[in-house]
Design a protein around this ligand. Sequence first.
Ligand code: NAP
Ligand code: HSE
Length: 428
Amino acid sequence: MSAPLRLGIAGLGTVGVGLIKIIRQHGEMLTARTGRKIEISAVSARSRDKDRGVPLDGYAWEDDPVVLATRDDVDVFVELMGGSDGPAKAATEAALAAGKDVVTANKAMLAVNGQALAEQAEAAGRVIRFEAAVAGGIPVIKSLTEGLAGNEITRVMGVMNGTCNYILTRMESAGLPYEAVFDEADKLGYLEADPNLDVGGIDAGHKLAILASIAFGTQVDFDAVELEGIGSITIEDIRQAADMGYKIKLLGVAQMTGRGLEQRMSPCLVPDSSPLGQLDGGTNMVVLEGDSVGQIVLRGAGAGEGPTASAVMGDILDLARGFRMPVFGQPAASLRKARAARAAVPAPYYLRLQLQDKPGALAKVARVLGEAGVSIDRMRQYGHQDTAAPVLIVTHKTTRAALEEALEGFRSTGVVEGEPVAIRIEAV
Ligand code: NAP
Ligand code: HSE
């Protein structure tokens, strides 16, 4: 039998503990599958005294993850602390410099520093694996880099933040406003320490940026992701969208267009009969489209102890088997800097306006849309009150710029009250 593969694990929170449980419970099975014993040499976290629900005796303790990462008895540094920079990045860089391979679940670090880390790893002949960083337990990185490697990827999309999907589906099923469900999610422990990472779309944007890099052979560029969170989604829009046969999802879409790489993470309407429309609760879904394979839909747990540790374990087993590949699926030096598409491809939009109930109001709105070049597909007035008339409009495909021009034009009509709502309808 080959020599054991020795791990140094930094971070003993949800994922770190999950990983230790798998190694302790399935040691024999893991060895049978790889021909190597998987051993934990040392661990690190902030608090040495915390009871973590798993025995840590037998593993050396390091207060400093950088020291852990460079220990002689560590072959693979497993980074499970989190954070785009700080100790996670410092320890990862130290591990690579010391000749260790790295496994991480840290999407923030890869989205922000992925290219530099990949270049460092490949210059040193090391690998960084990060299946858990995108959509937790769903093997989407493997799918893109291995199973679909023979395809030109045409589009990647998905619901990649379980907390946002929980909030949106719970708002609909319980008829509760955003604020109430946000508080519920907080009590259930679903939210990140900085909730804006979830509801601001940043966490999901990190994941999309990583997928886009692999899918399109480009340098990961989180700054180019057009981000919009779910904080302004109302129960009213969820209801009206449902009434028209749509669900509202925080949807990530990445595609290469003639105008450059489009990456957006924003609330979108999707048909409720589509796989994405049917995705309820905290589950994730990633849709991959390739020129030969067509569309692949992957669905599963995007977070949590077991699913995330499962993905980390898969990466470790690949290393135990001697399976290695460039960090983003092709050599880092060959990843090109993508030109960012400044505008999304045209799409239909859902518009909800509050109109003053007086003669000619609708005509004024229709004129503004027409002058901006936005064509109306469907329109209806509903829930008519004495003085205000809510109106729903579904446009034909239009550019965001034309839509913005129309939204601006509504201001001068004198008949539109408050801020109109505009949400993109995505063809999925
Ligand atoms: P967590 O529960 O907050 O645990 C973080 C761990 O890192 C804790 O054990 C903490 O120590 C340790 N830590 C933080 N700063 C440290 C430092 N300076 N030195 C040493 N240890 C330090 O986080 P998690 O949920 O397990 O997430 C870990 C990583 O996986 C993150 O990158 C996260 O984005 C990613 N991820 C998580 C999930 C999920 O479902 N949780 C899913 C996908 C990806 P103490 O315990 O002593 O405070
Ligand atoms: N906050 C993330 C989510 C955790 O809700 O999906 C997994 O990355």
